[in-house]
Design a protein around this ligand. Structure first.
Ligand code: CDP
Length: 225
């Protein structure tokens, strides 16, 4: 059976990463976390002391860094210049910086090329903001996740607490709303649902129900072929 390209897009903390990882595991597909790639770019810019609005410095940076993803048992590990930065990119500060760098063409072009290379053979689940609209507009199956802002903020808050951070819920909520707004209103590859995407409200579903629902759509797709 031909292996599909599956896109999952949606706003911050809408459950994309968890669903994409587990769904890929169920299908024995690869999982590509494109948000982690933009986070790694932001970390690289921060370490180099580059301002997120300095296009020419970002351009030079993009020529000099390497970003790769390795699938390590259940986890995706992300490497920046050969160094494992999987934990460092999850810091709250990096979320905002990632949204800043990801608005630049120089950054997006390099990341989109890499993502297309990684997904070209099929057998992949990619999650992000522009997978179904820009990276793989011909993806076989496109999902767009939604959930109320407070539900998403609670998820991110719990995640940060688990990682040993000490955030305030209001800060998490406000940062998330600001980032969604920036991601949705930017000129390049804004966060918008692809016309042919299947909308899934993840607020009311537990993870098992979510994977079963995605799988039901997958079966419908492969049986129709
Ligand atoms: O985990 P969370 O949903 O909070 O964010 P993420 O998926 O790790 O993405 C971090 C940031 O990278 C987003 O706020 C976007 O600005 C950017 N991003 C993007 O522009 N395009 C993608 N395909 C994925 C992420």
């Amino acid at each position: 059976m031909r292996k599909l390209i599956i896109a999952i897009d949606g706003p911050a903390a809408s459950g994309k990463s968890t669903a994409a990882r587990l769904f890929a595991k169920r299908l024995r597909y690869a999982y590509i976390d494109t948000g982690a790639m933009y986070r790694a770019c932001a970390l690289a810019a921060k370490e180099a002391g580059i301002d997120m609005s300095d296009e020419s410095a970002l351009d030079a940076l993009m020529d000099s860094i390497s970003i790769s993803i390795k699938h390590d048992s259940d986890e995706n590990k992300i490497y920046l210049n050969g160094k494992d930065v999987s934990a460092a990119i999850r810091k709250p500060e990096i979320s905002g910086l990632a949204s800043g760098v990801s608005a630049h063409a120089t950054v997006r072009n390099k990341m989109v090329d890499l993502q297309r290379e990684m997904g070209a053979q099929g057998g992949v689940v990619l999650d992000g903001r522009d997978i179904g609209t820009v990276v793989f507009p011909d993806a076989d199956l496109k999902f767009f996740f939604v959930a109320p802002a407070r539900v998403r903020a609670q998820r991110r808050f719990d995640e940060l607490i688990m990682r040993g951070e000490d955030p305030s819920f209001e800060d998490v909520l406000n940062d998330m709303i600001a980032r969604d707004e920036a991601d949705s209103s930017r000129t390049l590859a804004p966060l918008v649902p692809a016309e042919d995407s299947i909308h899934i409200d993840t607020g009311a579903l537990n993870i098992e129900e979510m994977i079963d629902l995605l799988y039901a759509h997958y079966l419908k797709k492969v049986q129709a072929k």
